[in-house]
Design a protein around this ligand. Sequence first.
Ligand code: PEP
Length: 248
Amino acid sequence: MRKIVGGNWKMNGTPRGTEAFMAAMGTAGPAGLRADVVVFPPFTLIPMASLKAPAGVEIGGQDLFWEPKGAFTGEISAAMLLDAGATWFLAGHSERRHVLGETDAVVRRKLDAGLAAGLKGIFCVGELLGEREAGRTEEVVRGQIEGGLSGLGASPRDLVIAYEPVWAIGTGMTATPAEAGRMHTLIRGWVEGIAGGAFASSLRIQYGGSVSPSNAGELMSMPSVDGALVGGASLEPGSFMAIVGSAG
Ligand code: PEP
């Protein structure tokens, strides 16, 4: 399976920086991109990013709201993301879940809305440090997967799962390749139970959590790790391209 690397800029970026980032990505040439690449800038930079993105780099929204339009101050619909040039969206990122209070039910409404509108989605799951320490990692992640996927009816081409242990996000602490590989294998098994073997075997599962140029190759060399979702190291084109380069 071709790997997929996402860059989540979170609440960072400027128009000038976006232009420079995309120009730097372009120097790799389409053949130099050894994975599918999706960059998630803040909403305000999506038009600029999609205009300047070189071949092989797609753009996504970091979030969306499930209603198509109306009196929802501050929200962005799936159709608006498409209009702005995005082809992907994130659902259930840990900062949305744990800083902004999104529940599994909210994440599911976003998944349904984004996929129905024709966007492709990266569905993020992962346990908190306290849950890991309490031995609840599998229960928590399995619950998130069931909430997101039961009865979803999506094509595995349009969906990616990102396993992102919350204790590893932005902390410099990374799951070991063996830990990530073990969780990905469990996740694929749970997905198989929900959506069937054909779906599960063609679904890509990324790892996320302090992925850097120095650990990306080893993590993505695990057969069950189909790519990476990268936060901090995606802000600088050199480190992001190094991670993309270690996918192939
Ligand atoms: C993320 O935002 O999804 C993420 C994994 O961040 P970082 O790479 O900075 O840990």
